[in-house]
Every structure is written in C-alpha cells, then in structure tokens.
Design a binder for this molecule. Structure first.
Ligand code: NAD
Length: 508
C-alpha cells in the first residue's frame, strides 16, 4: 500500500472503519493510470454488519417515523452541502471516471444537486395520498398510507457515479428507508465523497446510510442476497440484473432494475439538421458513449442520408479527445483497458459484418493517449438493423447509422432490439414527432433532445432494459409499500347494509 495515497474505509453505523483483515483495492485515474486512492474491500462479515446497522436503524431508529417535512428539510440541506463542494466533486468525478471536467462541472454535479432538491420537494408528499370519497355501500373516507420499504440494498455501476448515487439515495431517504449502498470498484470516489459530506453534516441518524465497497461478484452478490434486506435497487448490466432477479426470487423480494440499452435516434426528413446532427452526436458520444441511454443507433430517412452522414462525420472529427481535466476536452478515455478491448472487438465485428466505417475505428495517436484506454469516436454507416453492432450494447463511442424509407419501417427498427430504455426523435413537426414517440417502446423519448434526465419524470426501461422506474413520483413510490386505510362513516349498526348479507338483522 502506498502510504501517500488517501485511504477510504467502509461507512457502517455512522463510523468509518477498515474492512475485515484490512483488505483494500486501489482506484486509478483511467486517463493516466495514476493511482488515486486505496479503498476498503468488504468481507461478508462487513456486509453483515452494514445490513445489521441498517436493520436496527429501520426497526428501532427514528428515521422511518421522521415526518416528511423534516425529511424534506434534510434533503434540501444535503443539496446545499453538495452545492458548496461542487468544484471538488466535479474534479473527483472527472479524475475517477475519466469524464471531461466540462461535463462534470456543468452537467453532472448540477444535475445531482437538482435531483436532491427535487426529492426534498417530493418527500413532503411521500406518505399520504388521498383517495376519492366512496359511497358504496355507505360513505367512507379513504386514503393510502405509504410505508417505507425497509432496508434497501443499492448497487450501482461505474459510469455515472455521482448522479447515480443521489438517484439511489434520495428517493429511498425521502420515503424513510435505510440503506446499504455499493458503488462499482472502478469509480467509487465521488460516492465516497458524498458519504463523507453526509457524515460530516450530522443530518442523518446513525445506520440510516451505510457504504460497502468491493468486488461485485462477492460484496454485491452477498449484499443483494442478504436475508435481512427488504428491497434491492440495482443499476448495471442486463446480465447481472438477470442474476439479481433470480437471487431475489426465492424470497419474493422487491427488485427494481435499471439495465442496458441500445437506444435509437430517429432523424425524420423534416428535421432541423443544425440541431439534429449535434443532438445525435451528444446522444452518442457524451461520456464516450458509456451511458445506458446513449443514442447508439441513428436511423436516418434515405432522402437526407448522404447529407446527414457527411455532417455527422465532419462534426465527429472536430471532437477533442484528451485529458478529462482540461476544460477544452470533449471526450475522455474509456473507464478501463478491458472496456476498450470490448469496444475494439465490436469495431472488428462491425467491419466483419460489412458495415462501412466512415470515421474513427482506431486509437488516437500521441503521447497523451499512451497511458489510458482512449479510443476514437467511431461511426459505421449502412448498418443492417439485425447486425450485432445494431443489436448489442457496446458501451463505448460507436455509432451505428442505418437508412430507412418509411416512418413505419423506422419505428419497427427502433423497437427491434431486446432493449427499450430511451430514444430521440428529430423533426420540426412536433405533432408528427409526438405520434412517433408514442409508438416507441422505451421509457424515455426526447423530441429534439437526447439524455433528457429529469428528476420529476420516471426513468427506466421496457423489455430487458429493466423492471420498475426510478426518479419522479413513480420512482419514489418504488421505495414504499402502500396501505389502504378505510374509515367507515356509517356509525349506526342498522346502516351497515352489507353486514346483513352474512348476519340476520338486529332483533331477529
Ligand atoms: P455491471 O453489471 O458489471 O456492474 C454494476 C454493479 O453491480 C457494480 O457495482 C458491480 O460491482 C456490481 N455487481 C457485479 N456483479 C454482481 C453480482 N453478481 N451481484 C451483485 N452485484 C454485482 O455493470 P457495469 O459494467 O458497472 O456498468 C455498465 C452497465 O450498466 C451497462 O450495461 C449500462 O447500460 C448499465 N447502466 C444502466 C443504467 C440505467 O439506468 N438503466 C445506468 C447506468 C448504467
């Protein structure tokens, strides 16, 4: 272990502690390979302790009974803390995840802050939901009381750590749950930084939030299968999501899954190409294509196909690849060498399948790029909709462009994968675009925009892109169990008409 590097422990029951046997792993900057920190690698007994702390905080602590307005106040206070530390959080996220500082500074951290405020607002209406007066068979007052679910195991991937951490913690806290949270080992540092802020704030009772770090197949799998966990919220690959669902099945445990995607951008013949070209590229190459809802397939009407391809290529060649900490950088490295191997394998598959490589396909040249897994932004054209590069999630900067002749054909292609996470429709005719959006089987459709992450709106996937929703009221309610409470207004025994279907009337 390098004694000069920061060392981060586990956060269990309000205390930072080393992992059992002091096991650690090292986190490095993807762009340079420079080690950034040592991080505790939890054992099963550490996970047991974290779950026990969350269990105790839920079963005997004040948090589940804290009034919604007070939970709201705390979430808003946490948002203020994030705002105060925004520049350092942006730098941590950029170093650890390889995401350009321009993106973390102007989008990712502000979005996380916005999400925290929105869940502060939603927390106020998290517990009570009125129902209409019901006068059958007699008058009653009805409402739904939303109970917190209990101990939530939350597991996230590496590609959007800061926002994803808030995306998981905020709705669970808004509704009074307790949490054991596990980030990915590839980029856990902004999650750890957030837990440090939460700890220093002293705003949450002990044991309400707990952090365990370590390998997914050991720590993550043991956590989600833990018998004292009540709900699992997982974001990651469809393959691991499938496994988690099977782990939850014997216990009939509540699961929400946010999984992979192969989202299309549909460019209609009347699209404003000045917007559509940059929008498609933003949808594709933001975070180097390492976003679940990235617009990795571009479907273009044949009448504008040649022009769109030329302009996509021209703008892509202007993207500056480089050091994530340089504010001029548009695209950083991939998260790991392994991820680059995957991306390069798919580029080879694209060539073998007969698609036309029109730009990229290699590694950028120069000393800057020798120490990190950089890859050029890549575009294939004439991609067959059934080919592997049009069907499988690559999770890197590879765009598959396919022409279409009829709108109906475009919609069929758009819906023709096992995924259904997001899409965008590019058209000047909003009525037509809404009509298209309504036929697309995806959880989020942007009209003349991609990456439309809005904490007021539900986010999630159709088909193998997931189960349930996160964000918005729908996402928050995934963290609650509803109880319908019926208050009968018929005070007199002889007014309770349907009792007479079982019992003889009084006095007989
Ligand atoms: P991954 O599935 O390999 O890992 C995700 C998390 O699960 C990590 O924390 C990992 O340590 C843990 N994990 C791994 N194996 C596990 C197991 N057997 N049991 C429990 N936990 C386990 O995914 P990744 O490579 O980190 O992230 C990329 C994937 O995430 C892509 O498929 C992407 O589409 C998906 N993703 C989805 C969304 C969404 O909202 N739908 C958002 C971001 C990323």
């Amino acid at each position: 272990m390098d004694a000069d590097l920061p060392s981060h422990g586990l956060f269990i029951n309000g205390t930072w502690c080393e992992a059992e046997e002091r096991r650690t792993f090292t986190v490095s900057e993807p762009a340079t390979g420079t080690p950034l920190a040592h991080v505790a690698s939890a054992s099963q007994r550490d996970v047991d302790r974290a779950v026990a702390a969350a269990r105790e905080a839920f079963d005997h602590g004040p948090w589940p009974h804290t009034p919604p307005f007070e939970r709201a106040r705390i979430l808003h206070a946490l948002a203020t803390l994030i705002e105060e530390h925004a520049p350092e959080l942006a730098e941590i996220e950029s170093r650890d995840g390889g995401v350009p500082l321009r993106a973390t500074t102007f989008t990712d951290i502000p979005l996380g802050l916005h999400m925290m405020h929105v869940f502060g607002e939603l927390a106020r209406r998290s517990s009570y939901e009125p129902l209409p007066w019901n006068d059958f068979p007699t008058l009653s007052w009805n409402f739904v009381w939303r109970n917190p679910y209990g101990v939530c195991a939350q597991v996230i991937p590496w590609n959007y750590t800061f926002c994803m951490t808030i995306w998981k913690l905020a709705p669970a806290l808004a509704t009074g749950n307790t949490i054991v949270f596990k980030p990915s080992s590839l980029a856990p540092l902004s999650a750890i930084a957030l837990f440090k802020l939460i700890d220093e704030s002293g705003l949450l009772p002990r044991g309400v939030v707990n952090l365990v770090t370590g390998p997914g197949a050991e720590v993550g799998e043991y956590l989600v299968g833990h018998p004292h966990v009540d709900k699992i919220a997982f974001t990651g690959s469809t393959e691991v999501g499938r496994k988690i669902m099977s782990i939850a099945a014997p216990h009939i445990r509540k699961v929400t899954l946010e999984l992979g995607g192969k989202s299309p951008s549909l460019v209609l013949p009347d699209a404003d190409l000045d917007k559509a070209i940059d929008g498609v590229l933003f949808g594709m190459f933001y975070h180097a294509g390492q976003l679940c809802e990235a617009g990795t397939r571009c479907l273009v009407h044949r009448s504008i196909y040649t022009e769109v391809v030329e302009r996509l290529v021209e703008r892509t060649r202007q993207l500056r690849i480089g050091d994530p900490l340089d504010l001029a950088t548009d695209m950083g490295p991939l998260i790991s060498w392994r991820q680059r191997e995957t991306v390069e394998r798919y580029i080879a598959i694209g060539r073998e399948e007969g698609a036309t490589l029109v730009t990229g396909g290699g590694r950028p040249r120069g000393e800057l790029y020798d120490h990190g897994p950089f890859v050029e932004p890549t575009i294939f054209t004439n991609v067959h909709p059934r080919s592997r590069i049009a069907q499988e999630e690559i999770f890197g900067p590879v765009l598959a462009v396919t022409p279409y002749d009829e709108l109906g054909e475009a919609i069929t292609i758009a819906n023709g994968t096992r995924y259904g996470l997001a899409a965008s429709v590019w058209s000047r005719d909003l009525q037509q675009a809404i009509g298209v959006a309504r036929q697309i089987k995806a959880g989020t459709v942007g009209i003349n925009e991609h990456h439309v992450l809005n904490p007021y709106a539900p986010f999630g996937g159709f088909k193998e892109s997931g189960v349930g929703r996160e964000m918005g009221v729908a996402g928050m309610l995934e963290y609650t169990e509803p109880t319908h409470i019926h208050v009968d207004f018929q005070q007199k025994r002889d007014g309770k008409l349907w009792w007479d279907t079982l019992l003889p009337p009084l006095g007989e």
